[in-house]
Every structure is written in C-alpha cells, then in structure tokens.
Design a protein around this ligand. Sequence first.
Ligand SMILES: Nc1ncnc2c1ncn2[C@@H]1O[C@H](COP(=O)(O)OP(=O)(O)OP(=O)(O)O)[C@@H](O)[C@H]1O
Length: 580
Amino acid sequence: MLNLKKIFLLTDKGHNDLKKAIIACALTNLSLMLPFAVTIQIFVELLKPLMNEEISWHKMWGLFFLGIIAAVLVFLANKNDYKKTYVTSYNEAKNTRVSIAEHIRKLPMSFFNSKDLSELTTNIMGDCAKMEHILSHVVPQLLANTISITIITIMLMFFEWRMALAVFCTVPIAFLVVWFSRKIQNRLSQKHVESQLKATDKVQEYLEGIKVIKSCGLDGEKFKSLDYALKRMKKMAIRMEFGTGVIVTGSQIIVQSGIGLTVFIGAFLLSNNQIETIPLLMFFLIIMRIYGPILVELTLLPELLYLQIAIDRMRTLLSTPTMEGNSEVTLEQYNIEFQNVDFSYNNENELALENINITIPSDGITALVGPSGCGKSTISRLIARFWDVNQGTIKIGGVDVKTLDPEHLMSYMSFVFQDVILFNDSIFNNIKIGNMNASEEEVIQAAKAACCDGFINKMPKGYETIIGENGSTLSGGERQRISIARALLKNAPIVLLDEATASLDPENEVYIQEALSRLVQGKTVIVIAHRLRTIVGADKIIVLNNGKVVEEGKHDKLIHKKGMYERLYRIQQESLGWSV
Ligand SMILES: Nc1ncnc2c1ncn2[C@@H]1O[C@H](COP(=O)(O)OP(=O)(O)OP(=O)(O)O)[C@@H](O)[C@H]1O
C-alpha cells in the first residue's frame, strides 16, 4: 500500500485530507460516467428506427429527467472535490512552510555555513508551491483516475471481456514506459533544479551587490556570470522538457494504439456475430471518454517525479537535527566560564579557538581584543550558542550552555552588532522587537535612553515612520542607536557588543557611547573592540591571537607587561596622529 504520508511528507491532517481529496476526485470521475451512460441510452433509443423498432418517448422523458439528476450530481461532486482538493492542499502547503521556517529557526549556525539564502528561500517558497500545485492538481486526480478506471474496466469486463481487454491492454504498458524512464527524468529534473538554484543565487547576488558592482565597474563581468546562469537554466529547462516530452508522447502513442486494437477486435467480433452493432458503438464512445483522462495522467506523472526532488530537499532540511535544550532552568548568576574550549567552524583540523580557559565576571565589562581573525567574534557566538563547541564547556552561572534551549538562553542576552538588522517596519515596532510585551511608554523611554528621540521626532511620522528594507532610510549611527534602544528595552543581564562604535563620526560616537553606558549598567558585558582606547576602563581585557588567549588583565597591567596588547595599543595611539 502506498504510504502517501511518507512520500509527500504530510502532516497527519494533510494525510487525512489527501485521502478525502482522492475519494472526492474518484466520486467526481464516477459521477461523470452518469451523464455519459444516459447519453448512450438516448443514443440507443435514437438508433431504434434503423432497426425497424419504435422510439419509446416514455423512456426518452425518463432519460431526460435522469440526465438532469446526473448533471446535479456531477455539480455536487465537483463542488465537494474542489473544496477537498484545493482548499486542503493550500492549507497543507502553508503548514509545511511554517514548519520549515520553525525548523530553520532552531538549526545550528553550522547549517547556514553550508547553505545559501537562495536555497532556503527556494525550500520555503518554491518547493512548497510545487507541493501545493501537485497536491491539488496532480495527486488526487492521478489516484482517483486510477481508481475509477479500474472500476470501469472491471464493469466492462463483465459486459464483454475481449473488447474491454482491447481498450485497456495498452494502458499499463504506457505507464510502465513512464515508470522505467524515471531515472532519466530524475537526472534531467535534478539538473534543471540545480540550474534554477544557481540562477536564483546569481540574481540575488547581483541585486544585493548592485552598489559595489556599479562603483567598481563590475557590470560587465558580474552581468556575464548572471547571463550565463540564466542561459544555462534555459538550456536545462529545454532539455528537461524535450526529454519528458519524448517519454510522455511515446507513452501516449502506446495508449492510443488501443483505439486501433479495439476497432480491429470489434470488427472481428462483429463479423463473427459475437457482438452487436450498438454495444460495439458503445465501446467506441467509451474509448473517447476514458482515453482523455489517461492521456492527461501520462502528462501529470513526470510532474510527480519532479516533485520528488523538492520533497527530498525538504526531507533533508527537516531531518537536520535542531539545537535542543532545557527551557525551564533559571540562570541565577551571569558569570561566564570557558573550560578547555576547542572550536572549529568546518574542519576539525582548523581550530578557530584552541584550549580557551577564561572567566568573564558578572556585573563588569570584559573586552576581547586581538588582531583580525583571532577569534573574538567566535567567542561571543559560542556564548550565545549560535554554535556548539567541539570540546570543553562554556558555563553561565555554573550551567553548561549546551544544556540550555537556545531561545531560552537568548532571553538572557542582548546584542549590539555593527551590522544592525532592521525590518521594513515602523521605528516603534523595530524597537519593540526587544520586548514584545513592552508598553508604548517603555519603548519611548528606551528610545530616549539610546539617544534616538531627537532624530525620530524630526521624521515625518515620528515613531510610526517606516524605515525601508534593513533601515535603508537611516544613517549608520541612527541604525545602531535603534539597536541599542532595542537592547535597552530587552534589559537582558548579559550584553554582547560587537564593534559597536566602529566607523562612526565623532558626533554619533558620543551619542552611542552615552547610550551604551546606560545599557551596560549592572550587566555582564562582553565588548569586542578594535579601538583599544574605548576599553581602557574595562574590568578585564582578554587578548587573543590565532585562536588562543595570550594575555589577560586590566589595561595598566597589560601595558606594563609590554606584550601584544601594549604593542597593539601603541600602534593605534601612533596612528591617531596620522593624517592623509
Ligand atoms: N562562519 C564561519 N565559517 C568558517 N570560518 C569562520 C566563520 N566565521 C569566522 N571564521 C574563521 O574563524 C576565525 C576567527 O574568526 P572571528 O570572526 O572570530 O575573528 P575576529 O577576531 O572576530 O575577527 P575580526 O576582528 O576581523 O572581526 C577566522 O579565521 C575566520 O576566518
């Protein structure tokens, strides 16, 4: 028995709905035979004068009313069929989209290292749309046709088995041809899908990088690679359509050869007086009625094989293990401890962090410094459990972060990154993301504390101003202050600041320093700063180099030590005097 739930990755409800849709479709198919049977009976009556018999008008009126009843039944069956197939398939696709998005949210960041955004977008939108289309337009019809054709075949077998055999014997051969060519079709579909993904990726890259492309004069080169990807997608689409076309047309010809066979067998039986003219004509009419849906089925079958690629991709995504953990534990203290931590992003031989043993005290500022690529951001990502360590443990208040549910852990942390993510929504809602339960007053208070109030009030609609995709209508400093307002509203006990004041003009920097000083009061703060003068007053400075801790202590101690920190600090102080 076909396990539709597994094949099409359905929810329990979706599976039940699909079964109902198949039954509804089969009923529609069978109901369509009613007007057909009435028509044949009328046809038989009308032919009676040719056999020197009289038309029974009494019977004709009866058939007329039967015809009306049949039409009403067809209408009701179609209505039911529409509701069961289309509405339920759209619901199922919506549920699948939501469960994919939910699953993606819980995946470790290592997953995103190997996937690009266009592939995930295709997963959520494209694959689900394909599933929606095929669950509503293909699967119920295909299976319902199979059921109704089988029923009709059995009925005709009882009536005249030789003619029934002649009508249907070509059908399984045609289906077997499509089935056995599925490997070729799969290969063609796979290549087509890959070329589609590549093209989507290139279009996305082109649009996202349009500023750099223009400013660096890369129009020709980048356009060439986009053009190549689009041409390849076209080539693969044509190749797939051609390959599928040959297989489908071939199988349709096989089915239609049944017409010749039926005529041949019919003529043979008629000449031997083994069948009468009217039943013979009836069989010819049946061929016309039955072959139509079978030919349609043969064109639908490759679509089903094509869907399999999308479903396989969704299955891989949904079976990728998520990051789980306890969401009941309450953290009482916020000191952070790294014990013998080793970490690598992809390859275990290339450690981004090696044997890290550090303590980040609560209620104080700890700065992570060191040359570019030394592992500062990696430490902050591990604290937030964006990734899990390869070896060792990270504890917050004595609790191993690996045992905590990532979303629960996140409720204890606020982030202020340099590359602020803002949504195409009002300023008010962008700040409120920090705490969805906050009142209007609290949002405004946070905005004031983050020095946002001034520029917000100058905007045409104040807090209700829509700020464009990723805050495109704001300056870098304004965007950063909004992200600080968000963090202030969240009021989490641990604050992670990543390059928060880099690349800002002096005025903005003053505002941001003021906002930050309010944000960090009484919190466990981890700052990643390149400009060492901003962290001179930190309670602890951890110096990293090549993924290892090389020095630790306060500013004065490290300066006296005359090690890496002192060297970096000196170079930066000297560079302050430079002019271009
Ligand atoms: N997502 C990633 N996948 C693979 N390798 C990564 C990833 N992110 C960082 N790395 C590598 O890990 C090492 C440490 O990177 P990290 O971002 O922690 O450095 P950093 O000290 O914060 O650098 P910077 O100051 O330039 O931001 C680098 O060699 C970097 O190339």
